[in-house]
Design a protein around this ligand. Structure first.
Ligand code: KIV
Length: 287
């Protein structure tokens, strides 16, 4: 049976029914074609594309125009999966007008179903404004990679009492502002549990334990396609990097040894036509 595309009401219902929501990142047509055929409920065209697709050390380098290219490629394949587009660094922090304009571009030009932005209480007014414009917003708190410099790196958040309290307050502020779901990144599992039990909207964890309403992983991490560093919370479900190496080296060896391309992968022409071609080329002194 073909997968039914979910929506924000469905995600709330899933939380109420205790059904886990599954999410991965996706950035391109080929990968999204596979995700769309799978059981995954929702994807994120994450600004992690800066790292996984472009090789930067962090996420702040990617701009909106580049993100839109990834969104469009994913939208071309994502017919049965709810699509969330990340708002890149400095495309929503300056003013609510700026945030609304750019969220609108992600929906209209990027053909996403919703946007995601980082920040809790400090972003509540912005979330409210975008939601009022009719655009579903996913929040993202805890470790917010766009502020990694301010947080002192990609570290677990909420380990101290005041920090944990602030993350809970951030979640409540996002819910009040109208966010339809909240990503909890790299926080202690008990803090994620408190949040999940305190808000009506689904929490989507990444490094936040198994009490969240759903989970998200960066697709390159779970498929074994990114080995610059592997965070503690990543579980590898495949080793496609090794499979790719094997395929590339076999291809390379077969080309060098004249094994590929064989008859099956080549085109031929009728013998009489070939004879005529050779004869004419000889006549013209080309052969
Ligand atoms: O950009 C991204 O991939 C993300 C996820 C880690 C949630 O924000």
């Amino acid at each position: 049976m073909e997968k039914q595309k979910a929506n924000i009401l469905k995600f709330k219902e899933m939380k109420q029914q205790g059904k886990k929501i599954t999410m991965v990142t996706a950035y391109d047509f080929a990968m999204m074609s596979q995700v769309d055929k799978s059981d995954i409920d929702m994807i994120l065209v994450g600004d992690s594309a800066a790292m996984t697709m472009m090789g930067y050390e962090g996420t702040v380098q990617i701009n909106l125009d580049t993100m839109l290219v990834f969104c469009q490629a994913v939208a071309n394949a994502g017919k049965h999966t709810f699509l969330v587009g990340d708002m890149p660094f400095m495309t929503y922090e300056i003013s609510t007008e700026q945030a609304m304009t750019n969220a609108g571009r992600i929906i209209r030009e990027g053909r996403m179903d919703a946007v995601k932005l980082e920040g809790g209480e400090r972003m509540a007014d912005t979330v409210t404004a975008i939601v009022r414009a009719g655009i579903p917003v996913m929040g993202h708190i805890g470790l917010t990679p766009q502020s990694a410099a301010q947080l002192g790196g990609f570290n677990v958040q909420g380990k101290k009492l005041q920090d944990a309290k602030q993350i809970v307050k951030d979640a409540l502020a996002l819910e009040k502002a109208g966010a339809f779901a909240i990503v909890l990144e790299a926080i202690p599992s008990p803090v994620a549990k408190i949040i999940t039990e305190s808000v009506q909207v689904p929490t989507i964890g990444i490094g936040a334990g198994n009490k969240c309403d759903g989970q998200v992983l960066v697709i390159h991490d779970l498929l074994g396609l990114f080995d610059r560093f592997i965070p503690k919370f990543v579980k590898r479900y495949a080793n496609l990097g090794a499979d790719m190496q094997k395929a590339l080296n076999t291809y390379s060896a077969e080309v060098r040894e004249g094994i590929f391309p064989d008859k099956e992968h080549s085109f031929t022409m009728p013998q009489d036509l070939l004879q005529q071609l050779t004869a004419e080329l000889q006549e013209e002194g080309i052969l």
